[in-house]
Design a protein around this ligand. Structure first.
Ligand code: NAP
Ligand code: ZN
Ligand code: ZN
Length: 348
């Protein structure tokens, strides 16, 4: 049977995002049905839509920064009731038995988490379709609560941009007194600034043009470096404890490694492969280079509660579903201040 669902999808790596419809699975005993109110637009959507990672499945309904209201719950659901305001992030299921799942780090599930779109449904029913749609069916254990104090549109990007920056800052112990650099001021980067600041760090934005300096300071950064001038890599060499690299396009990671102090760490969250890494900048100052993928369900809830307490949300520009292709073009030009969020009422 299935639930008829309106959506926007791409049919190939060269086609625009355009109206489409499909059927969601009927909610099972452990599922909740969520009416999607807002969905953020992540740069990962563009990488996937354009087939940049070579693993895209079409038709594709992107979107993994989902906020909505529970409209129906299965007979065995205990955590949610109709009317609850909830979020769904980058994955909707995982094996639940591997060491990563048992540790609450489902994003690193050994057989592989089921991603919200471009993934395979666990029950073998086909491909997963994401948040550029009016409703979604998700197992109750892969849903999080959105604090009532947060505006729903500005909270939606917390489900990916928020957790992806919160998780490494938290995991690697960013705290008061540390000098932290956020590389790239886009959707992820602007949340990195807010979280690093809330954790007490001295925060510098490193951006590839001078255009975003006043925004960076307004968002809470203490300092700004425009990296188009190669001289800044000499002036600031050895001055950072921690760098969070959120850049979506190919760039010289080694130049940034040299900005770290002795024992400093740089974490990559941006995914513009290939990223060649040299040994010298790491070896000579015992620096570390790490990566980090989104965050688990428990940590995503912790991040949302932290945002609720501190009043942290994303800076957004709300768009109609039909404006999505234009939004992608603007993101490709780094012209996003600082996350597009689709108002799903424009699709109904
Ligand atoms: P975004 O909003 O488009 O921001 C990317 C930023 O990268 C831009 O605002 C720009 O900042 C910088 N940039 C873009 N082109 C550049 C260029 N040619 N040279 C130097 N800098 C450039 O993207 P996003 O949604 O934040 O995503 C960023 C990356 O993280 C993407 O690759 C995405 O796939 C990845 N991602 C990873 C995870 C994870 O779990 N690890 C989760 C979500 C997204 P400036 O103008 O300030 O330089
Ligand atoms: Zn994302
Ligand atoms: Zn697992």
């Amino acid at each position: 049977m299935g639930l008829p669902t309106a959506a926007y999808a791409v049919q190939s790596e060269t086609s625009p995002v355009a109206p489409w419809s499909f059927e969601r699975r009927d909610p099972g005993a452990n599922d909740v049905l969520i009416e999607i109110l807002y969905c953020g637009v992540c740069h990962t959507d563009i990488h996937f839509v354009r087939g940049e990672w070579g693993n895209s499945i079409y038709p594709m309904v992107p979107g993994h920064e989902i906020v909505g209201k529970v409209t129906q719950v299965g007979s065995a659901v205990t955590k949610w009731s109709a009317g609850d305001t909830v979020g769904v992030g980058c994955f909707v299921d995982s094996c639940r038995t591997c060491s990563a799942c048992l540790a609450g780090e489902e994003q690193y599930c050994e057989p592989g988490a089921t991603f919200t779109y471009n993934g395979q449904e666990k029950n073998g029913s086909g491909i997963t379709y994401g948040g550029y749609s009016t409703q979604i069916v998700v197992d109750e254990n892969y849903v999080v609560r959105v604090p009532e104090s947060l505006p729903l549109d500005a909270a939606a990007p917390l489900l990916c941009a928020g957790i992806t920056t919160y998780s490494p800052l938290h995991h690697f112990g960013v705290k008061e007194g540390m000098r932290v650099g956020i590389v790239g001021l886009g959707g992820l980067g602007h949340m990195g600034v807010k979280f690093a600041k809330a954790m007490g760090a001295h925060v510098t934005v490193l951006s590839h043009s001078s255009n975003k300096e006043s925004d960076a300071l307004r968002l809470g950064a203490d300092a700004f470096i425009a990296t188009h001038d190669p001289e800044v890599f000499n002036t600031h060499a050895g001055t950072f404890d921690f760098l969070l690299d959120t850049v979506s396009a190919a760039h010289d990671v080694n130049a940034y490694l040299n900005l770290l102090k002795l024992d400093g760490r740089m974490v990559l969250v941006g995914l513009p492969d290939p990223t060649p890494v040299a040994a010298f900048p790491l070896v000579f100052k015992r620096r570390s280079l790490s990566g980090s993928l989104i965050g688990g369900i428990r940590e995503t809830q912790e991040m949302l509660d932290f945002c609720g307490e501190k009043g942290i949300v994303c800076d957004i520009e709300v768009i109609a579903m039909s404006e999505i292709n234009e939004a992608y073009e603007r993101m490709m030009k780094s012209d996003v201040r600082y996350r597009f969020v689709i108002d799903m009422a424009t699709l109904k």
